[in-house]
Ligand binder design. Structure first.
Ligand SMILES: [Zn+2]
Length: 108
């Protein structure tokens, strides 16, 4: 199961934090998020340490986020949260692409 997340989430992040989140995602440091309660997603991001990330979503919008890193204690939206949201967006895109492919195969 994949979380639905709107593209606008990047606005929550400082630019330099978001860029570092992208690097984490690209390096494959994000485990697939799992839904542990209604609208609440949990996963682990592997960096110098393992960081536990929780993200609450509603209708594709980010309601809140939490991470066990130090930065996140001051500012909720750290690079690990960014990496997880990018992961969600990309897996959602892949799913949509695949279903598109199936539709076009069917039409041929
Ligand atoms: Zn963090």
């Amino acid at each position: 199961m994949t979380a639905e997340v709107d593209d606008g989430f990047f606005q929550l992040f400082e630019r330099r934090i978001f860029v570092r989140g992208e690097a984490y995602y690209d390096a494959g440091k994000v485990d697939p998020p799992v839904m542990i309660a209604e609208n609440l997603w949990h996963t682990v991001v592997r960096g110098n340490d393992d960081y536990q990330v929780d993200i609450r979503l509603r209708h594709g919008k980010v309601i809140s986020a939490a991470c066990t890193c130090q930065y996140s204690q001051r500012a909720m939206y750290c690079k690990h949260v960014a990496a997880v949201l990018i992961f969600m967006r990309e897996s959602r895109r892949r799913e949509l692409d695949e279903s598109q492919d199936q539709v076009s195969e069917f039409l041929i």
